[in-house]
Design a protein around this ligand. Structure first.
Ligand code: ARG
Length: 319
């Protein structure tokens, strides 16, 4: 369980202010799917190569289970509670739970996928969220309007420091889906057009850290998307990734308080994050990279809170 220290020491206090975003106050809850049936059998992004997977299927399948278990242990060590959703045979990409939905303030907006291969996941994710609802873990489960495509949190990242969503669109999500996000969560959405096929979801190229830094790969974005980031994020808070780190999928990171869990990252990036008070935990996930994914997209935070919601919760707690 993550508990914030009650010690009033100077350094701790500074850290507490910097890292006490609402999604990290109290226990973080993450939903994951075991990679029982994980494999690369189709191509919907440039990382995927079914032939090369098939040549080493046994080794890669068992490596993926080990990598995933190590990630789960890392998250548990960081105090996260993990809700496991059931894996389904024949749906290998179900492990990427970030694509299941957008979740904020106990509301869920279910994803609709671009490709038929992943559209088959939709009823399973819907059933999983209906059961979380029945268990009282979330309050509202909503569907998108028919025909609109939006691939969940993979394309819609909550920035708790700015109280807004960074939404990616183009390859996998429709720009028009931003209105459904605004309408469901009553939150501001900054939409960023993606420009490079390897970075087909915004979570492959951008990460909003709890202390307000935005780590991103400019080469994944159009000029106008880059300008929107510059407008919103002060230079001191922009961490630009090199193409090498971008290709290690370093932006696909899970941040819990000041820990940043990544599949891989350069010493240079590690040092840049350390300067800002972050502790990088490397948890290699090379077999998932073969599908175009890494740490962030193997998880989905269920405990994100907007500023308004956390104020209500805090007021109720002291009342
Ligand atoms: N093979 C999956 C796909 O192309 C990988 C998804 C990774 N998810 C993410 N949010 N980046 O859809």
């Amino acid at each position: 369980m993550i508990r914030l220290s009650t010690d009033g020491g100077g350094v701790l206090l500074r850290k507490r202010l910097k890292f006490s975003d609402d999604s990290t106050r109290g226990q973080s809850t993450v939903s994951n799917v075991r990679p029982e049936y994980f494999v690369v059998t189709y191509v919907i992004n440039p990382w995927m190569d079914p032939k090369s997977w098939a040549r080493q299927h046994q080794e890669l399948a068992s490596a993926s289970r080990q990598e995933w278990s190590a990630l789960n242990h890392t998250l548990l060590d960081l105090g996260a509670a993990i809700e496991l959703l059931p894996p389904v045979h024949g749906l290998p990409d179900l492990v990427f739970t970030a694509n299941a939905a957008i979740v904020l303030d106990r509301k869920v907006l279910l994803a609709q996928f671009r490709h038929p291969e992943r559209q088959r996941e939709e009823p399973h994710f819907e059933a999983a969220f209906r059961s979380l609802h029945a268990r009282g873990l979330v309050d509202v489960v909503r569907r998108l309007p028919e025909g609109l495509v939006l691939e969940g949190t993979g394309d819609c990242l909550w920035d708790s420091a700015r109280n807004l969503f960074w939404m990616g669109y183009g390859p996998r999500s429709d720009h028009a889906a931003r209105y459904a996000i605004e309408d469901t969560f009553a939150a501001e959405v900054i939409s960023l057009e993606l420009a490079e096929s390897r970075f087909y979801h915004i979570d492959t190229a951008l990460c909003a850290l709890p202390g307000g830094e935005v780590m991103y790969f400019p080469g994944a974005l159009t000029a106008s998307a880059r300008a929107k980031i510059r407008d919103r994020v002060a230079p001191s808070h922009r961490i630009e990734l090199t193409v090498e780190d971008a290709c290690r999928l370093s932006a696909n990171a899970v941040a819990i308080e000041n820990a940043v869990v990544v599949s891989r990252c350069s010493r240079y990036l590690r040092a840049k994050l350390a300067e800002r008070g972050y502790r990088v935990l490397e948890n290699p996930l090379p077999s998932f990279r073969r599908s175009g994914g890494a740490a962030f997209c193997l998880t989905l935070r269920l405990d994100g809170r907007s500023a308004m919601m956390s104020r209500d919760v805090n007021e109720a707690a002291v009342a």
